[in-house]
Design a protein around this ligand. Structure first.
Ligand code: R5P
Length: 309
């Protein structure tokens, strides 16, 4: 089936790089806003009978990019696309995977329903905040991971230790452990506000160790700031590395990260970089996304690429 890749506006450089890896041009499309703010999208080439991949991380502004993803799907479906796959390198709303207090919305569930309703028959994501989100979808979800790429990029020493900055990151830390063969330390963190967290305790030995903090995303940098400060107080070496798939970097993130003694700060281009800390090292996701799209197009196994592999 003819493969067509289309990009929303959230991360055109990544989508272009994916298309380049695949040896195709991105499909022409218009993404405009009417004077009243309404979104309007139009596909500029025929996609009738095609296997279409819409590449759009739902990064900031989250709702605008989400709507683009949905509208692009609708336009392709109405234009006769045979198969539609959402490629969402960063899945916004993933942290709203359950109710933590009384009368909250479960945002990730709402988004999953919208993605299905728009006409997608499959979704590809990278390092979901909560892998359980797969259960919100009735369509297949392919969960890729940047863990191997980030593990290959980090420099380790004999006294390195992997640090899960909260209990939710333990599984991710174990995935890194499979590549790095280092001990895992776990931090007990409590979120106080949207941007501030409190480190309660450290489970494991960090004295004179070089910590490699691993997380799915850095948003305001509160988690990393609390982790680095707590680890230093506990006597770790001032040789701190941070690996995080999604470099969201909002609010005080840059200021916080720049003020910390972080030797290696490595993430991916799942989100289009805006302002980045000077020492931020980017790992390119395009090859792994392109490989995934190519395999899906050829109906080949994705086993070597998936997060649980
Ligand atoms: C939370 O459970 C996530 O895995 C990240 O630790 C968190 O979203 C990072 O946010 P921030 O940088 O604002 O602390």
């Amino acid at each position: 089936m003819t493969l067509t890749a289309i990009a929303g506006s959230a991360n055109v450089p990544l989508a272009t790089s994916v298309a380049h890896e695949l040896g195709v041009e991105l499909c022409g499309r218009k993404v405009q806003r009417f004077a009243d703010g309404e979104l309007h999208v139009e596909i500029e080439q025929s996609v009738r009978g095609h296997d279409v991949y819409v590449i759009e991380p739902t990064s900031q502004p989250v709702d605008e990019h989400m709507m683009e993803l949905l509208f692009l799907a609708d336009a392709c479906r109405r234009a006769g696309a045979a198969r539609l796959t959402a490629v969402v390198p960063y899945f916004g709303y993933a942290r709203q995977d359950r109710r933590t207090s009384g009368r909250e919305a479960v945002g990730a569930g709402v988004i999953a329903s919208l993605i299905e309703t728009a006409g997608f028959s499959r979704i590809v994501v990278v390092d979901l905040h909560a892998p359980e989100i797969e259960g919100f979808f009735r369509i297949p979800l392919e969960h890729l991971s940047a863990t191997r790429l980030l593990a290959e990029a980090v420099r380790t020493t004999s006294d390195s230790v992997i640090v899960a900055p909260d209990l939710g990151a333990v599984k991710l830390a174990e995935r890194y452990q499979a590549f790095l063969h280092l001990p895992v330390v776990v931090l007990h963190k409590t979120r106080i506000t949207g941007s501030d967290v409190l480190l309660r305790s450290i489970i494991g030995d960090v004295k004179d160790r070089a910590p490699i903090i691993v997380d799915d995303m850095i948003t305001t940098g509160g988690t990393i700031e609390a982790a680095v400060k707590g680890l230093l107080e506990a006597g770790c070496k001032p040789d701190v590395s941070v690996l995080a798939t999604h470099a969201i970097f909002v609010g005080p993130a840059l200021e916080r990260l720049q003020a910390l003694p972080i030797q290696q700060l490595i993430g991916t281009n799942s989100v289009e970089p805006r302002e980045l800390p000077a020492h931020f090292q980017v790992v390119n996701l395009a090859p792994v996304i392109a490989e995934t799209i190519g395999r899906l197009n050829r109906d080949q196994s994705l086993a070597p690429l998936l997060a649980h592999a």
